[in-house]
Design a protein around this ligand. Structure first.
Ligand code: A2H
Length: 254
């Protein structure tokens, strides 16, 4: 891709205490799914967390208050060279879990109005990018909107992955950013314009992303939160810093 390393914001999504997977039941500290994003200012619109059902994830010990984090082994290895583990280059693995084993986990995530959001399957997640965990913002990401709509429209798809209706049906796109010409649910607008049918419409989704991303970042105006009324590009740094200071996010490079 680019010349230098890509900087991602890691969004920490806390696993609900009473819903910890069996393999992690002896963990005494907090457990987080960590999602890599380029758009921390969109976290007001999170509706769920994505994993790929067939990708293998690990839970490992971090130096962040001894918290246990869940992501791909590849990302954890990278983190082990970025000060996230006690010994540089060494990952203390607590458990291996498939994406399927993580589906249905109840999480609490920063800035979203939802008290609880769920981990759901997304089939286009790449194993070799970010953490393999993606936060879903269907208002501003065509990929996210298409994948969430697939689950909402297709009961057999939910059933296949053991997802209940209440994990999916109450969560619709949230208006968080106004994009001139595309309205306040830009991803929805463009997916409808292009008649995108599912997360597998790769060509149309690529087109949708071109229409939405640059405009969203350069012309978008936040509609919610303490930076409401300001341009996304002017507040992105401050907003990220706030999340990091509150221990709700971190910085990860690859
Ligand atoms: B972004 P880049 Cl609202 N597989 O976060 C597929 N997609 C992944 C991924 C993986 N392993 N890891 C991260 N991503 C997604 C929010 C968002 C994102 C919005 C709008 C645009 C956007 C909510 N999802 O990304 O290839 C994550 O989705 C625009 C590209 O490294 C992450 O940021 O450029 C982005 O792709 C990183 O993609």
């Amino acid at each position: 891709e680019g010349v230098g390393p890509q900087e991602y914001t890691l969004i920490k999504m806390k696993v609900a205490k009473n819903k910890v997977p069996e393999k992690l039941k002896n963990v005494k500290t907090e457990i987080f799914m960590v999602a890599a994003t380029l758009r921390p200012e969109t976290m007001y619109g999170q509706t769920n967390c994505w994993v790929h059902p067939d990708i293998k994830y690990i839970a490992f010990e971090t130096t962040r208050n001894g918290e246990v984090w869940i992501c791909t082994r590849r990302a954890a290895r990278n983190m082990a060279y970025q000060g996230f583990t006690e010994k540089t280059g060494d990952v203390k693995v607590i458990a291996e879990l498939t994406g399927q084993e993580l589906i249905g986990l109840a999480l609490s995530a920063p800035l979203t109005p939802h008290k609880v959001i769920y981990t759901l399957p997304m089939l286009t997640i790449k194993e070799d990018k970010g953490t393999g965990v993606v936060t879903c913002v269907p208002s501003d990401s065509p990929d996210d909107y298409a994948a969430l709509t697939d689950l909402q429209k297709k009961q057999p798809f939910r059933e296949k992955y053991g997802i209940t209706d209440e994990m999916v049906l109450p969560y619709s796109p949230i208006s968080i950013i106004e994009v001139p010409g595309l309205g306040n649910l830009s991803a929805v607008t463009v997916c409808e314009q292009l008649k995108i049918q599912s997360q597998n419409d790769r060509d149309k989704l690529a087109e949708a992303k071109e229409l939405v991303y640059l405009k969203g970042f350069y012309d978008g105006i936040l509609l919610v939160g303490e930076f409401a009324g300001k341009k996304v590009q002017d507040v992105k740094k401050d907003l990220k810093k706030k999340l990091v200071d509150q221990n709700e996010a971190d910085t990860y490079y690859e």
